[in-house]
Design a protein around this ligand. Sequence first.
Ligand SMILES: [Mg+2]
Length: 399
Amino acid sequence: MNVGESAMAFTSKQRNLFPEGLSSFPSEYTKSSLGATSSTQSYCTAPASSTGSIISASIAIATRKRKPRYRDHGRVSTWIEGMRAASPPRVAILKTATCSGARKVLPDTQYNEWVAKHPSALATFESMMEAAKGKQMVLFLDYDGTLSPIVEDPDQAYMSEAMRAAVKEVAMNIPTAIISGRGRDKVYEFVQLAEIFYAGSHGMDIMGPAEACNGLKADGLKSKDEKGNEVVFFQPATEFLVMIDEVYKTLEHKTKNIVGAKVEHNKFCVSVHFRRVEEKNWQLLAEEVEFVIKQYPKLHVTQGRKVLEVRPTIHWDKGKAVEFLLKAFGLANPHNLLPVYIGDDQTDEDAFSVLNKEHIGYGILVSSAAKATGAAYSLKSPSEVMEFLHCLVRWRSKF
Ligand SMILES: [Mg+2]
């Protein structure tokens, strides 16, 4: 069965079945537990999107080149430094490791020292899987930089057919979820597999099959797709939808004159991409984000690889999404559980932290350069991720 014939392909109509409302699922994920206050709703009418503010912002863009808008550039400077840190010099590389353990000695001393602390998940695959015997493995995957290459235009971050086949195959053997900062619909457009869970907007918009592989059922609000297949969903930040839409429109307007800037609406969060912006204009773009976000105290900014992301200030991130999905699958006993999380981004560190805190599973960072991480293991590139998925399928077929 090819992608188009997937038994439960979500059409655009079906994927938009749940634009509103979630109040009762599951009980432990209440508004208070998510950190949203009773006053949150009032910010849906925050003043930043008025026509007047947009016009004045355009004037400000024209004048700010001579005089900085802010006295305190601390946060903007931190963001810019983060952008530069996300552009490490390319490592002279590197032959691909395999799960048989073969691996070339690399010429980059710093990277070698880092890999000694965060071993290749391919080179150490057999020993990693020793701990997995008899346990329920659940696989969590980031998308950009993990299943697809990092590209200049985020709309062009396609995954290869080979990667799609690898994800599909592993999902037929191991319950699999993709957790991304992007909107869920966008991730689905890229991946196009109905067998897996999609957690868009950093896990604030979760949807997937009511029954994953191996008969594993997910507990959640249920509905039907147009083919009658049962799906479950969870949206912990629905009340922020109006505010996020407002911020998206304001940011898009304010940044339209910055060449290369791209503002992406991810439903429950907004991404501002710096990748195609000349470095000399990074400060200007970061200032625009800072200016807008200061008007929304219920939103905050996180930083990824050459991207700033505006998100609701609720106690929810990729780590919380991992915890939620494990509970939804009824996998509360850590002794029988082995979650594996693969990601390349700073926002994936929240998921690594959850695994470390619970002393369960494996965090795997995708990186070809040494960087600080809570992940115990590493892979160099999406192509090594694909090889790792193949290894998982071969390993799983033995049991
Ligand atoms: Mg990523």
